[in-house]
Design a protein around this ligand. Sequence first.
Ligand code: KG4
Ligand code: ZN
Length: 345
Amino acid sequence: MKEDQLILAIESSCDETSVAIVKNGEELLANIVASQVKSHMRFGGVVPEVASRHHVEQITQILTMALEKAGLDSVEKVDAIAVTQGPGLVGPLLVGITAAKTLAFLYDKPLIGVNHLAGHIFASRLVYPLEYPLLSLIVSGGHTELVWMEHDNDFRVLGETLDDAVGEAYDKVGRLIDLPYPAGKHLDQLAHEGDAKFYDIPRALLEEDSLDFSFSGMKSAVMNTVHNLHQRGQSVNSVDLAASFQAAVIEVLLTKVDRAMSMNPAAKQFVLAGGVAANSGLRSALECLFREKYPQTKLLIPPLSLCGDNAAMIAAAAYPLYLAGDFSRLDLNARPDMDFRDEID
Ligand code: KG4
Ligand code: ZN
C-alpha cells in the first residue's frame, strides 16, 4: 500500500451536494458543499424531486471544483470512491450513488457505501483522532440517537427518538413563528435574547433509565400555545418562545447524555454529531457538563463547517472501511431507511 491514501467522497442524501477529498481519513484536501436551501425555502421544507434535479445539475461541477481545490488533475489519483448509501431521500441518494459508481467503474477504484450517520460521528475525526470506547450523540434533521462505539466499524444504538428528531422539532417550531427554513440556526439565535421561563414547555424524560427521546410533546405544547394566543387575538412573543423551547430541548438532551455517561463511565470520548451540533446553547451546556462532571472524558464538538451535511465526513467514515477492505459492489443501491442495525446484520 502506498503511503498516503486519498478518498474521494460524495454526499447527496438531502439538500446539499458535496464532494470531498480526504487524505488518510483525517486531512481535508477539499470539501465543496453546494446548498440548495434557497430553492426549498419557499416550500418550508425539502422537496425531494426538486432536490434530485439540483443534485443532477450540480454534481459534475462540484466534482471538478473539489479536484481543483485538492490540486489533483484526475480522479485517477484517488484510491477509493466513497458515497452516502443512506439514510436519506431516495432520489437525491441515487444521484450521488450513480455518480460514485460511474467514477469507480471508469477509473477502476474500490467503491465504499457509507452510512450518513456514521459520517456525522466521523466529522470529528477530521479534527482529532477518535479513541474507543466512545459515546456519541447524533442530533440531525432526521435523527436523534445515542450511539456507543468500541471500535471504528462498530455502532450500538443505546437510545433514539420515539417520534420527532431534534432538528425536525426546531424546523417545525420555527415555521410556526415564521422563521425561514431550515429554522434551527435562526431559532438558536433568537433563543439567546429571550426569557427561557416565559412559556411552560414540558420536558419528556420517559422512564428513569430510558435513553430514548421524545420531542413531539414539546412541539405540540408550542403549537397549542401559539394557537391559543392567536384565538385570543394576542401575538406570540417569538423571542421568549424560542428561548423557552431551546431550554427545554437542551435540558432533555443533557439529562440523557448525563444518564448515558453515568451508565457508561468508561467512555474515553464523547462526540457531538449532526446538524444540531451547531446549536450554541447545546455546545456550551455540554462543555459545562463535561468540564464539571466528566473531566476524564474528552468532549469532541466538530467546527460549525463540519456539523451540517458534507462529503468530508463521509470520506472520514469510509477510511476504516477502506483499511478493512470492506468494499461495496457496483450494484450498490440506496437505502433510504438505513440504520446502524443494518450494518450489524
Ligand atoms: O445533519 P443535518 O445537516 O441534516 C440531516 O442529516 O438531517 O441537520 C439539519 C438540521 C436542520 O433541522 C436544522 O434546522 C438543524 O440541523 N440545525 C440547527 C442548528 N443549525 C442547524 N438546529 C438547532 N440549532 C442550530 N444552530
Ligand atoms: Zn445529516
